[in-house]
Design a binder for this molecule. Sequence first.
Ligand code: GDP
Length: 445
Amino acid sequence: MFNSLSDRLTTTFKNLRGKGRLSEADVDATIREIRRALLDADVALPVVRGFTGKVRERALSAEVSAALNPAQQIVKIVNDQLVEVLGGETRRLQFAKNPPTVIMLAGLQGAGKTTLAGKLGKYLAAEGHTPLLVASDLQRPNAVTQLQVVGERAGVPVYAPEPGNGIGDPIAVAEGGVRHAVEKQHDIVIVDTAGRLGIDEELMQQAADIRNAVTPDEVLFVIDAMIGQDAVRTAEAFADGVGFTGVVLSKLDGDARGGAALSVAEVTGKPVMFASTGENLGDFEPFHPDRMASRILDMGDVLTLIEQAEKAFDQDEAEKMAAKITSGEDFDLNDFLKQMASLRNMGSLKKMIAMMPGAASIREQLDNFDEREVDRVEAIVRSMTPAERTNPKLLNGSRRSRIARGSGVTVTDVNQLMERFGQAQKMMRQMRGGGGGMPGMGGMP
Ligand code: GDP
């Protein structure tokens, strides 16, 4: 999403890098570039003005002129300012002292509320909570069924109006949901509400009535990051009409220019708390302003990467694998298959690589990277017999052509994979020499 903003900013800084001292003219030229980059990314004008004003002030101060490396200092200032605009410190969900904690979702139709209910439910369940989803969107045909489907996929129960029992009254459903949660001891209630196509008084009033009826601990305003400049107007209307405590940016995976993300928190004074990055329930993460700023400036987001790896990799398996490698045993293709499965658990490889520092410089290759490559590799290994996987030396010409036929690839593909595998094995042996290393990433194609 922030790709073009990120590219523009990194180019601007690259141009500064060679300079020893920065004149006021250098600073102003840089500020102009930053200003253009932000405007082109659809950041709201008042936010751009505030941003560049603060960067300029600090860039012309002693902090920079006295620095050994002024260009780096400017990157740091821009980074600090980005963190501030994105909401400063990471804001976590506030839980009620007396459960259940009630979280209400509000936003335009199509913003991604129902999908978010499932994502948030799944995320909270994995943290040990017992969430309940409540279907208070009775406006859109099928919204209730959609929430039930999402709940089932997420493995989270859904409270929905029974035919003839308060149907048509979203407020009664919300209240019924909270009562049900108390009875069944759910510690969190997530209330999905009806969206509106535009800013509609009646539906806004309905959302306000639901809020008054269930007094939520958090009201999350869900906004589609792709709506560009409209984001600010929409966010202001919801802030006035319903009020909210935090923002969720959805569809951050799209090719949106990201202005919404950089404007909404600043304009409404409410922090961005979560980011939704795809249609699958796992495409969801808590929002950390500092990590996002770091991604925008192409310094990577290694912390998120590590957290995702920790969740995806089975600790026991990882330890066994590490023990195997350090004991001098060879890493074989069975291990390789296990690692592929863990990698898949982490989600899209493309998204992972994009979190590495410097990813912007390989963006073109990344865009062309075909996720199905992973499927092909897995298919090849699965077409081998267990004996072949343990001892790849068995793989002579005829076995290789059998495997190629079995997995629908060419013999060259099989040969290439085996060559890469051989290199990975060699690397493992070298790592063993040095000890340590990073278990779980070996053999990555
Ligand atoms: P609601 O009307 O606010 O409840 O929105 P929905 O949850 O029904 O989402 C509207 C559409 O956007 C659906 O097709 C979702 O699959 C899709 N969607 C939701 N979140 C995301 C996201 O983060 N990325 C992408 N690409 N699509 C999303």
